[in-house]
Design a protein around this ligand. Sequence first.
Ligand code: COA
Length: 147
Amino acid sequence: MSEQRDPYELRDGVPTVEDFRRLRTRAGLSDKAREAVELALPRTWHGVVLTHEGEPIGMGRVIGDGGTAFQIVDICVDPAHQGRGLGKRIMAALTEELERRAPATAYVSLIADGPARFLYEKFGFADTATHDSIGMYRLMGGRPGAA
Ligand SMILES: CC(C)(COP(=O)(O)OP(=O)(O)OC[C@H]1O[C@@H](n2cnc3c(N)ncnc32)[C@H](O)[C@@H]1OP(=O)(O)O)[C@@H](O)C(=O)NCCC(=O)NCCS
């Protein structure tokens, strides 16, 4: 009996600018300007790209100062491939690298959209609100919350 080959492959690195924008929008995340993505991708601390038969279908990145503060961003899996443990595979690779290279005092944060929180909880992430702090954000093009 021949063994079933895993069609998925996870590699270290970042996708191309085109793939990055396609992966985000296909997963329902907001698009980012081409120029912004061109600036951002080379500054990734650690990234992974998940491929299916060679085609990029998922990704995740860790950004940060390399010492004190890190953020997990751009976690997404193409909807056609969701629910197969691939998000867990991406998160496992990113947290493994953080455990390997980030100082013990490093603060790693992320914003969890909807049910993605259940994924992040599996990797030890906790809701900041239970520690009397809330996540805050501002979009440079406009101020959320402003009347
Ligand atoms: C979040 C996302 C990356 C998860 O990818 P995935 O490959 O479907 O996830 P997995 O199959 O590895 O599931 C991982 C865990 O996440 C949780 N989870 C994922 N989707 C869920 C859902 N819709 N409802 C509840 N829990 C969910 C489950 O706890 C699951 O673990 P389990 O199967 O052991 O119960 C994917 O759904 C996605 O790309 N969503 C759109 C983009 C997005 O929201 N990204 C996150 C931004 S913060």
